[in-house]
Design a protein around this ligand. Structure first.
Ligand code: COA
Length: 257
């Protein structure tokens, strides 16, 4: 298990905390792999009633580790990131997220596959895929326009515009915006613990029914996005953008026709 993951159990609640503070919880292949393993085991473990995903009280995650993107880009459906997202997508029990500070890239995408999302008012969410020469991932190109309408989704996915926890709540991405990191964690924990008192099979059936409509279409889009994302990662545009991030400069896309 990655040293950058903290796993806690409290009654039937399993908390999965991304913990790599010096890199703003940027997700490495080892972290994805560990998170996938935790979810697969938790799904099989009857004593787990719900999972809480967090990055602590000041940062959710800065998204995929950019150095990993350059050195060892994910190569298809067997890659660690896909294993994690697949485990989240297929998870039969409720997943609750507590989001504080930045939630970048996959940090925002994964929220679309959680069941309950609590955010701090001033959390900063963004999906800067185009800014990195990439494209949307894991169903967001289908889910977001349906949830927000094309125009607002275009600001988020075609401009990579950031938004706050308060906006995420107003737009239906999150359940509630809270005043501080501590309040967000506490609220998410309180709601996740409620599943302890509920009938587990009834909850799982209800989640499955809620997720069923359009699921095959979503799977198809996820595969299409995944293939394109892999190609884009190797594109000159992405190489320029990712290198620029590491060199702390603005990418120069002027040379691309
Ligand atoms: N991958 C690798 N390292 C990352 C990272 C990432 N996704 N995000 C942040 N880091 C590193 C920085 O390089 C820096 O490392 P250093 O101290 O060795 O120089 C450290 O984490 C702190 O980041 P910094 O940018 O100084 O913190 P900040 O508070 O000013 O900003 C963010 C935080 C999350 C807003 C900003 O780091 C960011 O935008 N990160 C990139 C997000 C991104 O593009 N992710 C990929 C999406 S597909």
């Amino acid at each position: 298990m990655s040293e950058h993951l903290q796993i806690e159990r409290e009654q039937g609640l399993l908390t999965l905390c991304m913990h790599r503070p010096d890199k703003k919880n940027a997700l490495t292949r080892a972290m994805y792999s560990g998170m996938a393993e935790v979810l697969v085991q938790a799904d099989q473990d009857k004593s787990v009633r719900a999972v809480l995903i967090t990055g602590g009280d000041s940062c959710f995650t800065s998204g995929n580790d950019v150095a990993d993107f350059i050195q060892a880009p994910p190569t298809g459906l067997n890659s660690e990131v896909f294993q994690f997202m697949q485990a989240l997508f297929e998870f039969s029990k409720p997943v609750v997220a507590a989001v504080n500070g930045p939630a970048v890239g996959i940090g925002t995408t994964m929220l679309l596959h959680c069941d309950l999302v609590y955010v701090s008012r001033d959390a900063v969410l963004k999906m800067p895929f185009v800014n990195l020469g990439l494209c949307p991932e894991y169903g967001s190109s289908l889910i977001l326009p349906r949830l927000l309408g094309h125009a607002r989704a275009a600001e988020l996915l075609l401009l990579g515009q950031r938004f706050t926890g308060e906006q995420a709540t107003a737009w239906g991405i999150a359940n509630e915006a809270l005043n501080s990191g501590a309040e967000t964690l506490s609220k998410a924990r309180e709601m996740a613990l409620r599943f302890q008192q509920l009938a587990p099979a009834a909850v799982a059936d209800s989640k499955r029914l809620m997720r069923a409509p359009g699921r095959e279409e979503l799977r198809r889009v996820i595969e299409e996005e995944g293939a394109l994302f892999g190609q884009r990662l190797r594109s000159p545009e992405a190489i320029e953008a990712l290198t620029a991030f590491m060199q702390r400069r603005t990418p120069d896309f002027s040379k691309f026709a």
